[in-house]
Design a protein around this ligand. Structure first.
Ligand code: ZN
Length: 161
């Protein structure tokens, strides 16, 4: 188990477009395992590689045990539908929460750790978490989308991405 340090805002790497992954090797597998340990250690529901100082198109999401761990390498959004507005947080902005409007449904094509292409469809909070992480790979932070910041007192059992 290896918990990696989380890059907090402000830091250049958080606002840069990440590079496409072309090599699917043991190093990538180890990074994904370490990102998982890091996400769990910090009670997150998602983590993107730039948040652990790696400027590559890699992100993981796990909103609950039922959904399981989603590993997205080079993800591309194929379709978005509807809209939802809810509170988001981010491990790179400790203690900061705000309402963000996002699509309610998303269809994404990505590769797994072996380089196999797959498609995932998600709704509600799962869709929100996926879109938050894909934004990180474009260098887009949730704070650029917040319509209203939320007091910690207004929060109940909220999880960070
Ligand atoms: Zn985030």
């Amino acid at each position: 188990m290896a918990v990696l340090p989380i890059v907090e805002y402000p830091n250049d790497i958080l606002e840069r477009k990440c590079e496409t992954v072309t090599v699917f090797d043991k190093k990538l597998a180890k990074l994904l395992d370490n990102m998982y340990d890091t996400m769990i250690e910090h009670d997150g529901v998602g983590l993107a590689a730039p948040q652990v100082n790696v400027a590559k198109r890699i992100a993981i999401v796990e909103i609950d045990e039922e959904t399981g761990t989603l590993e997205m390498i080079n993800p591309k959004i194929l379709q978005m539908k509807g809209s939802q507005t809810d509170v988001e947080g981010c491990l790179s902005f400790p203690g900061l929460y705000g309402e963000v409007e996002r699509a309610d449904y998303v269809k994404v094509e990505a590769q797994d750790r072996k380089g196999n292409t797959y498609i995932v469809e998600a709704e509600d909070f799962f869709a929100r978490a996926i879109m938050h992480e894909i934004d990180h790979l474009e260098g887009v932070l949730f704070t650029t989308k917040v319509t209203r910041y939320i007091d910690e007192a207004e929060l109940e059992g909220f999880e960070e991405e």
